[in-house]
Each structure stands twice: as structure tokens, then as C-alpha cells.
Design a protein around this ligand. Structure first.
Ligand code: ZN
Length: 456
């Protein structure tokens, strides 16, 4: 198949690659075998049937690295911070996943909605329920999305209906991993999913780390999201130097580890994360919604930390990664604006030495780098996400040798006057900041069309 359309991708945080009249060849195995200017590509493939999609644009599929599928029905329950919000709104929604039919129906809706908004790879928390987790995997297998999924593990500090004993949690998780990890040529993968340190015993975390190692599976959990949560972790794990050190001690860090948030991190923690090759998932809409804080994203990236993006539904209100990209830019700008004010105020405090000012700047994670822009956010949501999953050589680019995970986007939906434009930077900025729900016309995973907007 030779597709003719404009091609847009972001190979790095600063770089856009754009082909106004592009050609993309996808083979029967779902790989991109040729890409570039249409004239040159078509000349290399004489006689190949052309699917002319102009004026639509082709973008790499979007990667959502952190979301809770069972929380979809509870989105936008406002008014609380993390811990009371979990108790009041989230645990009741998760308890309903004891009903396998409800889990399956929610999964079907969720995955269809995610694809319709451009997410071709999703990393999901299920609940503690093995049957529900299995149903989510089945729905992901059927709809064609690329997914990393894990049964949530909780053996303490959870309501009775969501608390398991340690052995059952480990056994059920291992069975699910054996059933699903690597299914369909690696399209589906398993993540051992201890929810977060406060809801896991030491034995559970140790066991999860060992099992992930044994099967080469992922580990996903939460880290340093909320200050009250940090205090609780300090009380529960007095032996640890920090929140990050808790996970280090129990063997949960490494290049297959995905850590939601990571907003409040001391320099020593950042060093441990960097050296272990662990990945942070920035979820800006969730962090704003629960008033958790604003990740110093540019600072973390500048220090060499690996960071991807996630919606964190249901604390994030939308499954749209376009919207999340816009939120990431906005959060970065707000942080920068606040920093400008803080720095100005600091300079007006009488009697502060330069050394004291530097100390304060360090404590506030002040960052001299400019705010994240749409190109950077697009990179994080495509190539950055692929790299966090160890798929940097397979996903996130529109180039030969990469898997054909891509979107067909109607850029007119983001234009106020519904026009076509050839200015890739401005178009991308509009896709990100306006995030219209009708942008995506079709979504492909390994060459298979998994979503198609009817009427186009
Ligand atoms: Zn989360």
C-alpha cells in the first residue's frame, strides 16, 4: 500500500520533520518500507496502488504511558487531593470491576475512545481483579491497539473489597503475565503493577520485582505525586532514604520501570532514577486537577531523566493525548511564569546573600530553560513514549524499518476557518492547543486500521 499525504513527525525535542506531499509504503506485515517525497517514493514503486489521503496528514501514533482504565467512569470528580480523592471517588469505581461484564463493557468503550483520539499505544492499570484484567487484555487483543496492561496489586491500606493477600496477588499477576506477555508478536505486554508504596507490603513489592525480572515484563507504579503522600511514605518506610529509595530497595527500578508522576524529587533520587534507567511519566492534567504540583519537566529532561506523557485518567479528565500535549505546554509555561515572579521577589528580599539565593533556587527547582513547546510535547507523546517502552527502534517515526503505527489527521478541524495549511509548526501548535475531538480520521497499528471515523 502506498499512501499519499503530508507526513509530520518529531525525531527530537526541537526538530520537526515535514513532507508536504509525502508517500508512505506499508507492507503486508505492518512495517513501513519506504517514506519520503511522494514523487521519489512512487518512482521507486511503479505500479503500486496509491491511496490518496490528501488533504489529510499522517502522524506517528500517540503513546499514553499512564492511565487507569477502571477509573474512566469516575473522571472529573472534583474537589479533593490525591488521598481523599482515591477513597471517595476512585476505590468505589474500582470495586465495581469485581463484575467482569462491567469491566469488559468499560474496556471496550475506553479502548475505542482512546483509538478515536489517536492513542495507538496505551499503558494501563486494571484493578486487583484477575478476571477484569483478563477481560481488558481480551478487548485490547480484539481491537488491535498496542497495550501494556497490569493487574493492580494492593495488600494493605485499601478498602476490604480491594485488598488482596500477598500470595494471591503475586500468583494472579504471574498467571496473567504468563497468559498475555508478548502476545501477538509483542503487541500486548504485561506490567507488574504494585499501585504505590503505601498500598503494598515489602513482600509484595519484592515479589513483583522478582516476577518482572523473571518474565522480562514491565513494572509500573506511582512516585512522588503529592506532598501528603510523601509524608505517608516517610512514616511507613522509616528505613528508606526517600520515596525513590523504597522502590530501589525492593528491586522495582530499571529500564522496564514506568513511574507515574515524579514531581517532588530530591537530587539524590533523580540520580538513582537516571542510573537505573527508570522512566517518569508526566501527567500534567492530572497534576493540575488534584493540585499535586507542576513537574519541573525541562529541568528533569535537562538532567538526562527519561520522561514520557500520560493522561492519568481518571485524575486526568480526557483520553486525548493531543489535549495532554497542550496541558504539558501550559503547565511548563505556568511553572516558568511562577518562577519569573519568584525570582523577582527573591531579589527584593533584603539581606539575602548570593549563596542563600542559590539555596532557595535549588529548593524550588528553578530552571533557566525555556518552556516546553508543541514540538517538544509531540516528541514526548510519540518518540519519547516509544523510547520509554524500549521500542525506540520500532515506533514514533515515519521511516523505513519502523512499525506502521500512525494516524490520519484532518488538520482542518483545528483551524478556526477549517482551512488547509502548509505551515507545520503552526498546524502542530493548533492540533495540540485546540485538540479537537474530530481530528483523527483513522488510526493504524502495525498497518491494521483499528479506528475509522465514519462519513470520511
Ligand atoms: Zn495514576
Amino acid at each position: 500500500m502506498l499512501i499519499r499525504a503530508s507526513l509530520l513527525s518529531a525525531p527530537s525535542l526541537q526538530e520537526l520533520r515535514f513532507e508536504a506531499d509525502g508517500g508512505l509504503v506499508v507492507d503486508g506485515k505492518g512495517s513501513i518500507t519506504d517514506a519520503g517525497a511522494f514523487e521519489a517514493v512512487s518512482a521507486r514503486h511503479p505500479g503500486m496502488v496509491v491511496e490518496d489521503l490528501r488533504p489529510f496528514w499522517i502522524l506517528p501514533g500517540l503513546v499514553d504511558l499512564h492511565a487507569h482504565l477502571p477509573q474512566y467512569e469516575a473522571v472529573a470528580a472534583d474537589g479533593l487531593e490525591l488521598l481523599p480523592w482515591l477513597e471517595r471517588h476512585i476505590f468505589p469505581a474500582e470495586a465495581r470491576f469485581a463484575d467482569g461484564a462491567h469491566a469488559r463493557a468499560t474496556a471496550r468503550t475506553y479502548l475505542r475512545d482512546a483509538l478515536s483520539l489517536g492513542t495507538t499505544t496505551t499503558v494501563l492499570y486494571a484493578t486487583i481483579h484477575a478476571e477484569a484484567t483478563d477481560a481488558i487484555f481480551q478487548e485490547a487483543e480484539a481491537c488491535g491497539i498496542r497495550a501494556v496492561i497490569g493487574k493492580t496489586m494492593m495488600d494493605r491500606h485499601a478498602p476490604g473489597s480491594l485488598r488482596e493477600d500477598t500470595e494471591t496477588s503475586l500468583r494472579d499477576s504471574e498467571e496473567l503475565c504468563r497468559a498475555w506477555h508478548g502476545r501477538d508478536g509483542g503487541r500486548l505486554q504485561y506490567a507488574f503493577t504494585p499501585r504505590f508504596a503505601p498500598s503494598c507490603s515489602r513482600e509484595l513489592m519484592l515479589g513483583a520485582g522478582r516476577l518482572a525480572q523473571k518474565y522480562g515484563a514491565f513494572i509500573q507504579t506511582h512516585l512522588a505525586e503529592n506532598l501528603q503522600e510523601l509524608e505517608w511514605v516517610r512514616e511507613l518506610f522509616p528505613e528508606a532514604d526517600s520515596y525513590t529509595d523504597v522502590y530501589r530497595r525492593f528491586g522495582l527500578l530499571g529500564s522496564r520501570t514506568l513511574l507515574g508522576h515524579g514531581i517532588h524529587l530530591a537530587p539524590a533520587e533523580r540520580r538513582v532514577l537516571r542510573e537505573s534507567g527508570s522512566h517518569l511519566i508526566h501527567c500534567p492534567s492530572s497534576n493540575a486537577f488534584l493540585q499535586s504540583g507542576i513537574m519541573p519537566l525541562r529541568k528533569w529532561l535537562g538532567e538526562g531523566l527519561s520522561v514520557g506523557l500520560g493522561t492519568d485518567v481518571g485524575a486526568g479528565p480526557s483520553l486525548s493525548m493531543f489535549r495532554e500535549m497542550g496541558e504539558a505546554c501550559t503547565a511548563s509555561k505556568l511553572r516558568r511564569a511562577a518562577q519569573t515572579v519568584q525570582t523577582a521577589r527573591l531579589s527584593q528580599v533584603p539581606g539575602l546573600s548570593e549563596e542563600q539565593k542559590l539555596l532557595v533556587a535549588g529548593a524550588l527547582d528553578l530552571d533557566p530553560q525555556p518552556a516546553l513547546d508543541a514540538v517538544g510535547a509531540f516528541h514526548l507523546a510519540t518518540r519519547g513514549g516509544a523510547e520509554a517502552l524500549g521500542l525506540g527502534d520500532r515506533l514514533g517515526r515515519l521511516e523505513p524499518g519502523f512499525d506502521a503505527d500512525f494516524l490520519v489527521v484532518d488538520i482542518r478541524q483545528a483551524d478556526p476557518l477549517k482551512r488547509v495549511s502548509a505551515d507545520p509548526a503552526h498546524v502542530l501548535s493548533r492540533l495540540v492547543y485546540r485538540s479537537d475531538p474530530h481530528l483523527v480520521q483513522a488510526a493504524y497499528v502495525r498497518g491494521r486500521r483499528c479506528f475509522h471515523r465514519s462519513g470520511t
